[in-house]
Ligand binder design. Structure first.
Ligand code: XBP
Ligand code: MG
Length: 235
């Protein structure tokens, strides 16, 4: 079966959109800080502020600078802390405990059945995406995605549109032929910046925002099917 004319791909953000992962990210950062004997501990309120900076390495550098008296962390130090954090995160995810947000698994299944490509556009690292997909959808599931744009494949992370441009190029489609799924103002700025109609599902750490320009804002995708998505994309 081939995809109907119009909608040619679904592009999903990961953190906050596929699953509520940020509490696991936060625990993994804190575990890496403790292992490195840093007296850093990010509580929920602080993490909410820190999430304004996307990317774990960028977030740690920002914290050192803005919250620890202008401290500058050497790039190797940041990279090593981040490697350790990624190890903690992927282990925690593999141990289970995270589930996909409502509707995600069903929509991905419907898209696959209809021959509609699915893809990922995220600031988080590729290992983290693979760990989450494997833990929630099965070991083969990373292979279901026509493109996985993650982490440092582009130098400028969200809110820059670069990761979406990267994914669109690999899919070989125009921005208006896709639908993006995002949970945060930074993510929506990136997807809309790339010209992709965007469905927003605000989550645990979503800051209040009116998401001007979004195609739809819905609490989650629990009641949404592929037919709705096609209709919203081309009413
Ligand atoms: C998610 C993020 C990520 C994770 C950390 O933003 O900001 O940085 O918190 O992942 P989005 P890494 O959902 O908009 O992609 O530590 O692997 O960078
Ligand atoms: Mg997100």
């Amino acid at each position: 079966m081939t995809a109907a004319f119009g909608l040619k791909a679904l592009i999903f953000d990961v953190d906050g959109t596929l699953a509520e992962t940020e509490e696991v990210h936060r625990a993994a950062f804190n575990a890496a800080f403790a292992a490195a004997r840093l007296d850093w501990n990010w509580d929920r309120g602080l993490y909410r502020d820190l999430l304004k900076v996307t990317g774990g390495k960028e977030r740690m550098s920002h914290y050192a600078d803005a919250y620890r008296g202008g401290e500058t962390l050497a790039a190797e130090r940041v990279a090593s802390l981040h490697r350790d954090k990624t190890g903690h995160y992927t282990r925690m995810v593999a141990e289970g405990g995270l589930s996909l947000r409502p509707g995600i698994e069903r929509i991905i299944g419907e898209a696959r059945e209809a021959g509609l490509p699915v893809a990922i556009a995220t600031t988080t690292s590729a290992e983290n995406v693979e760990a989450l997909l494997a833990a929630t959808l099965g070991a083969d599931s990373p292979g279901w995605f026509a493109a996985i744009g993650a982490g440092d494949v582009v130098p400028a992370k969200k809110p820059a549109p670069d990761i979406y441009h990267w994914v669109l190029e690999r899919l070989g489609i125009a921005p208006g032929d896709a639908l993006a799924f995002e949970d945060s103002p930074n993510g929506v700025a990136a997807s809309l910046g790339a010209g992709i109609p965007t469905i927003v599902t605000p989550g645990l750490y979503t800051e209040p925002s009116d998401f001007a320009g979004a195609l739809k804002v819905v609490p989650d995708l629990g009641m949404v099917g592929l037919a709705d998505l096609r209709h919203w994309h081309a009413p």
